[in-house]
Write a protein that binds this ligand. Structure first.
Ligand SMILES: CC(C)(COP(=O)(O)OP(=O)(O)OC[C@H]1O[C@@H](n2cnc3c(N)ncnc32)[C@H](O)[C@@H]1OP(=O)(O)O)[C@@H](O)C(=O)NCCC(=O)NCCS
Length: 167
């Protein structure tokens, strides 16, 4: 299994992975829109035996009080149903964190499974005083510093890229 940046040839396969994992095309469409509008757009695929079996994306978020903070949002991420819980997601997140760090991102946020993301270092964003535009339970919106201290004084509202549709 190999984790690598997407290429143009992966676009249809990335759509298929997202549709299969989420059982609708909303996330696939978001990925396509992010590809057009987000900068940076970090998009990695997991390839197994020549097939794309997983995908992860990161894109810039905005911070209401500190627009200068370089924060990326994780998502969507997806692994084909038949291979979920076999470690592919873990590889995608690990490589994704590396990639975001190398791009100079100071921190990440994610809106997702509270049982899943803490293993990578995410904690509830509320610990940094960071709120989500979405009305979600506290533990579902998480943040993680990639550079120590980046979120030390980061209380405020964080919004995902507009293509996510806002809250
Ligand atoms: C969530 C998802 C991307 C995780 O990828 P994955 O390859 O299945 O995850 P991994 O195999 O790396 O899982 C590692 C661990 O997390 C656990 N885990 C996986 N998915 C989980 C979930 N949805 N909730 C809680 N724990 C989960 C696994 O049981 C495993 O635990 P273990 O290490 O104790 O055995 C994948 O399950 C998926 O595509 N789900 C449907 C789409 C989705 O929900 N995307 C994320 C939106 S936030």
């Amino acid at each position: 299994m190999k984790i690598r940046p997407e290429t143009e040839n992966d676009i249809a396969a990335i759509q298929a992975v997202n549709v299969a994992a989420f059982e609708n095309d909303a996330e696939a469409r978001i990925v396509d829109e992010l590809r057009k509008h987000a900068d940076p757009f970090v998009s990695l695929v997991a390839e197994r035996d020549g097939d794309v079996v997983g995908h992860i994306a990161f894109s810039p978020v905005t911070h209401s009080e500190k627009p200068e903070l370089n924060i990326l949002g994780l998502g969507p991420m997806a692994v084909v149903p038949e291979l979920q819980k076999t470690g592919i997601g873990t590889f995608l997140v690990a490589k994704g964190l590396e990639e975001c760090r190398s791009l100079g991102a100071g921190a990440l946020v994610v809106l997702g499974h509270p049982e899943y993301y803490p293993r990578f270092g995410f904690v509830p964003a509320s610990r940094f005083g960071i709120r989500s535009e979405y009305d979600v339970p506290d533990e579902v919106f998480m943040a993680m510093e990639l550079q120590d201290g980046c979120l030390a004084d980061a209380a405020g509202l964080v919004k995902y890229h507009p293509v996510f549709g806002g809250g």
